[in-house]
Design a protein around this ligand. Structure first.
Ligand code: G6P
Length: 614
């Protein structure tokens, strides 16, 4: 999503704001902007640029604007095209106050009409500009600045985190948070503000995460924090350690490639971590061992790639822990009929721990007082703070927008958890639990080795050929179906090639009409003999219509490979970990296709890594 960055202190801020925005570019990169108060006369100065952050930083480098109090923004467009006019910061009529914002003001339409009627002139199509004009109006109608701010935050509906600076208040930065994340890094005579602490990790490890529905007045060396009624809140400062080593590509042409290669290690670190917390696992998850033993159902929510990991994990919980499991897209879950069941557990799967739809699903379940756990990669995330318990994957920071190592570590962690639950319930023995950990390591080994096996063929022959196709179909059955969905999503995200995924058995109910020699069909096999025979039959249906087939198969699945125009063969692993074993090569193949097409792989058009709007 959008990112906001701010600074107040004893140094010029332009450099820090740009650096901070650069680190948060994963959140959006449609346009960017910067504003600060001129140190001489407190005049508001600003610059905005369409497109990637580089455009803004080039312009800023040639400009003298800088100050001791400044804000910056990168945008992921929600309201209005990604033009310079719609880029943040936005201003009031007199250009005396400026605002950068992440989120959506849901009642913007109604507020805009009221403000236009009152004579305010708007310059953008954004919901954010409403905040600046409404603040301007309220500052006139209220006796004190604080009273105006309290009314402002209560008039806005939706999810928002914004930062404002004003000519008339040159020693203060105003921060407001409702549902979207915002935090303050506390330095020596200076304060750093950002949507994600990654923006300032090199400057300080002392962080205040703004509580939900709060606002803060931030000066060089002090913070006042209030709830939306104006009541003062305690300042709780945390010390955070973040590894920023992830920000090096280490010789790889893209972060995505580097992250594909980090998977084996990340899976093994995730297993080591889980082994360490094994004996206190239930307290980690915020439930008792008795509750785990009695658990009758599991419900998992997630979005995008995390939802695919959850769909794969459904097979783990149902097959290993014999526990009925439902998986919902977080954005759908919240608007469906909800039937609370006792002895159930609600798991949110999210790389970032910040995805708005998933976070809202957690909040919804929390309100009903049912146990929630977050399976996430970010220890300092909102989901960790707001869930009853959490399980951290050890992927390390993932920079490329398309998720790779976060996905494989989610699968590893959820597989481990399903086994641990089965152990608690007396379904498997400790020895089987130990074996399941070994199985994960074996699958991780296959994940990496298979890339090595096929790397040169893919780079030298296949990538170019498959980059020429305009549309593709992906098929899987049982556990390989959600994996096929993930493969199709990866291809769409980074190469912009149209990819449609079906359960292989559904092909004959309509999609078969799409089959022709110009539409490659990617088939993901299964080790179960019965499912395999069905997959072979479905592939024959494709070949009988002159389809072009690419298969991902396991050793010994010769019949399937003989049907294929191109096949990749994997050593056999625990059948439930088939998708994990295939993950690396699938990602690598898709990556090479996107590279062949010259796509901006780490930052695909229109996307953002962390989606903090619903
Ligand atoms: C965005 C990203 C996807 C990601 C999804 C869910 O759409 O581009 O890669 O899978 O959000 O993110 P989460 O952080 O909740 O896993």
């Amino acid at each position: 999503m959008c990112s906001v960055v701010g600074y107040i202190g004893n140094r010029y801020c332009k450099k820090f704001v740009l650096e901070g925005l650069r680190r948060l570019e994963y959140r959006g990169y449609d346009s960017a902007g910067f504003a600060c108060l001129n140190p001489e006369d407190n005049r508001l100065l600003y610059l905005k640029a369409e497109g990637k952050l580089d455009n803004l930083s080039d312009e800023l480098e040639n400009s003298s604007i800088d100050g001791f109090l400044g804000i910056g923004h990168t945008r992921w467009a929600t309201h209005g095209l990604s033009t310079e006019q719609n880029a943040h910061p936005h201003f009031d009529c007199q250009k005396k106050l400026s605002v950068v914002h992440n989120g959506i003001v849901e009642n913007h339409h109604e507020l805009r009409q009221q403000l236009v009627q009152a004579g305010h002139v708007f310059h953008s199509e954004t919901d954010t500009e409403i905040i600046a004009h409404l603040f301007e109006a309220l500052l006139i109608s209220h006796k004190t600045f604080k009273a105006a701010l309290i009314e402002l935050v209560n008039r806005l509906e939706g999810a928002f985190a914004f930062v404002s600076i004003m000519q008339d208040l040159p020693d203060t930065m105003i921060l407001v948070r409702k549902r979207s994340p915002l935090c303050i890094g506390i330095g020596d005579g200076q304060m750093f503000v950002a949507s994600d602490l990654l923006a300032f990790v090199k400057k300080t490890n002392k962080v205040l995460f703004l509580p939900d529905k709060s606002f803060a007045l931030v000066r060089n060396d002090m913070i006042e924090l209030y709830d939306f009624s104006g009541k003062a809140l305690p300042i709780v400062i945390q010390e955070i350690d973040v590894d920023i080593d992830a920000h090096e590509k280490k010789g790889h042409s893209h972060y995505m490639l580097k992250e594909i290669y980090e998977q084996k290690n990340a899976i093994s670190e995730t297993i080591d971590f889980l082994k360490k917390i094994d004996s206190q696992i239930w307290s980690h998850l915020g439930i008792s061992s008795e509750y785990a033993k009695e658990l009758e159902s599991i419900s998992i929510v997630g979005c995008g790639t995390s939802w695919h990991a959850a769909r794969i994990a459904q097979f783990f919980f149902e097959t290993i822990a014999l526990t009925p499991t439902k998986v919902n897209l977080a954005s759908e879950f919240r608007y469906m009929n909800f039937f609370p069941s006792k002895n159930s557990l609600y798991i949110a799967v999210s790389q970032s721990g910040e995805t708005a739809d998933t976070l809202e699903a957690v909040r919804f379940v929390n309100d009903i007082k049912l146990p929630t756990i977050a399976v996430t990669n970010v220890a300092s995330s909102s989901m960790v703070r707001e869930s009853d318990g959490f399980l951290l994957t050890q992927a390390g920071q993932e920079i490329a927008v398309a998720s790779t190592k976060a996905f494989s570590t989610q699968i590893a962690a959820l597989f481990w958890l399903a086994n641990r639950l089965a152990l608690e319930k007396g379904i498997i023995t400790r020895k089987q639990m130990d074996l399941s950990q070994e199985d994960l390591l074996v699958a991780a080994e296959v994940l990496e080795n298979s890339i090595e096996n096929y790397k040169f063929d893919i780079i030298q022959r296949h990538a170019k050929k498959y980059a020429a196709y305009k549309k593709t179909i992906f098929l899987g059955r049982n556990i390989s179906y959600p994996f096929a969905m993930e493969a199709a999503l990866k291809l769409k995200e980074i190469s912009y090639v149209f990819a449609q995924c079906y359960p292989a058995g559904e092909l004959k109910h309509g999609p078969l009409a799409l089959i022709d020699s110009e539409t490659p069909v990617f088939v993901f096999s299964h080790q179960d003999p019965l499912l395999y025979s069905k997959i072979v039959a479905n592939t024959q249906e494709v070949k009988a219509r002159d389809g072009h087939v690419v298969v991902f198969a396991f050793e010994g699945q010769d019949e399937l490979c003989e049907l294929a125009d191109l096949s990749f063969v994997f050593p056999r692993v625990n059948p439930l970990l088939g998708p994990l074993a295939m993950t690396g090569l699938m990602q690598f193949f898709v990556y090479q296709i996107a590279k062949e097409l010259g796509r901006p792989i780490d930052k695909p058009r229109n996307l953002a890594k962390s989606v903090t709007v619903e």
